[in-house]
Ligand binder design. Sequence first.
Ligand code: HEM
Length: 154
Amino acid sequence: MSERTATKGERGPLRLTRNRRLTLYVTVAGVWITGVLWLIYHYFLQTEGPFGFENNPLEKTWLQFHAAFSFVAIGLFGMLWAIHIVRGWNMNWRRWSGGTMVAVMVVLVVSGYALYYVESQELDDITSVIHWSVGLAALVVFLIHWLSKSRPST
Ligand code: HEM
């Protein structure tokens, strides 16, 4: 049988163990929710200080949690690459949504790295918007990838 014509019964090895799936869901939820919390606190919940509006102190906390979840997410990505992604791609299972998921992850990691290490306010402003827009959309891509059960090529 060719690599690209996998039948449903062959999906077994691509399925993650319960613990790995749980770790993945908690991490994805953690990275996404902390990113959204940062956005809400940064754009809508500034505090008023003696010299006008200031960043809400919790903003930094959400970013610290966000960075922590991101480290775990990158580790999990390595795990997924080894046991799930390359194999799923070769079997043509959910290739579009899976491939998009990988592209999204690359953009998030590169832009996240730039946000942390590039010291240019101008660049940061652009990178920030790219990072969080792609980050917000990532949930939709993840849901499509996750929920498209029956069609191997989506
Ligand atoms: C695995 C994927 C991700 C990685 C590796 C990642 C990494 C990072 C890093 C390193 C930072 C900078 C932290 C700092 O400056 O201290 C950051 C900031 C941020 N991330 Fe992510 N992130 C990811 C996913 C997401 C997602 C899914 C969202 C959206 C829900 C998101 C929203 C944000 C926001 C709003 C910021 C703050 C932007 C700013 O400082 O201007 N990130 N991320």
